[in-house]
Design a protein around this ligand. Structure first.
Ligand code: NAD
Ligand code: UDP
Length: 316
């Protein structure tokens, strides 16, 4: 039984990961400040005897000395809004959580000789000139736009990880997560999957931004979490960066059509303005994760969407 800390435990990935680890008998402490996290997610986890929740902000420097956070062996640092809708509504807080918040969590890892997994993102590749994106690609990010608070602060978070690993030998692994989804997404999250499935189930217009030819890949959260856990438990991942995503690429119009057909919805697909700096294409090269970790996603988009639709439908 390990003592595991998860930041962002009331959010989508943190909550799903916490439940998975608690089911396997681990002891989990979770921190969240409630920004995009949900109380119902914490209530669900409170049913587990081995779960301990602390409502706290990881950008508060007192977090390093919080008595309930030590001793700790593993830190999954997942705190940060991830949906453009929410990180753009709190750009300064987003910068702080990914930079100072990451530094404080690294300090906690250093003091405890723990391993930290940092949740970076495919967004660090910006609007990529290399396709698919390998971990060695340095990206093409615009500093002067509404996405920069997220993309650039995630990049700086990686720099903190590099410094703690190279200067202090702190155990660190960096996951560049590509779009993950499941019914665990908050219905008001604002990202494409929760928007499309809710719109289709309610018979509302399905809102495709731009011409819908931009691409993304979609990794069911169960697969995402399996990748993160391998990174945490495999020594080979120490000091390494891994793309964690599904390599099958779809245009956003294809996703809208698939959701409409799987929900048997009468919704109309409508086209709206493309948000500023919305990346035109995005697809991970996962060779490194396959070769070093033996990880690759198992769940297809159709299978994952069927599960998500069925759970969202039950909730309505
Ligand atoms: P989410 O918004 O659902 O959850 C993030 C959680 O962090 C929320 O519960 C929020 O309240 C909490 N939080 C935010 N600021 C905090 C702070 N200062 N102190 C404590 N808690 C704070 O997001 P998610 O989809 O679960 O993403 C989790 C992590 O994975 C994020 O770091 C995100 O950048 C990264 N990521 C996610 C995806 C994805 O597809 N879901 C893709 C790339 C990267
Ligand atoms: N998108 C869309 N309609 C929506 C929400 C998003 O067409 O209702 C598009 C968005 O413009 C982007 C893609 O879907 O091209 C993925 O958007 P999301 O916000 O989920 O993630 P990210 O852009 O961060 O990859």
């Amino acid at each position: 039984m390990s003592n595991i800390l998860i930041t962002g435990v009331a959010g989508f990935i943190g909550n799903t990961l916490a439940e998975n680890l608690l089911e396997s008998g681990h002891k989990v402490t979770g921190i969240d400040n409630g920004y995009t996290g949900r109380a119902e997610n914490i209530i669900k986890l409170s049913a587990y005897r081995n779960f301990h929740y602390i409502e706290y902000d990881v950008t508060d420097d007192s977090v390093i000395n919080h008595p309930s956070l030590q001793p700790i062996k593993m830190i999954y640092h997942l705190a940060s809004p991830a949906s453009p809708k929410w990180y753009q509504a709190a750009p300064f807080e987003t910068i702080t959580v990914n930079t100072l918040g990451t530094k404080y969590m690294l300090e906690l890892a250093k003091i405890n000789d723990a391993k930290l997994l940092y949740s970076s993102t495919s967004e660090i590749y910006g609007n990529p000139n290399q396709h698919p994106q390998e971990e060695s690609y340095n990206g093409n990010v615009n500093t002067w736009g509404p996405r920069a608070c997220y993309d650039e602060s995630k990049r700086l978070g990686e720099v903190y990880c590099y410094l703690y690993h190279s200067l202090y030998n702190t155990k660190v692994t960096v996951a560049r997560i590509f779009n993950s989804y499941s019914a665990g997404l908050w219905k008001k999250d604002g990202r494409v999957m929760s928007n499309f499935v809710m719109q289709a189930l309610k018979g509302e217009d399905i809102t495709v931004y731009g011409d819908g030819k931009q691409t993304r890949t979609f990794c069911y959260v169960e697969d995402t979490i399996a990748g993160l856990k391998k990174m945490m438990t495999n020594e080979i991942a120490n000091g390494e960066i891994f793309n964690i995503g599904h390599p099958q690429e779809y245009t956003i119009t294809e996703v809208a059509e698939l959701v409409k057909s799987l929900t048997h919805s009468s919704s109309t697909i409508v086209y709206k303005d493309l948000p500023v700096d919305d990346p035109q294409k995005r697809c991970p090269d996962i060779t490194k994760a396959k070769e070093l970790l033996g990880w690759q996603p198992k769940i297809s988009l159709i299978e994952g969407l069927k599960r998500m639709i069925s759970e969202y439908r039950n909730d309505l």
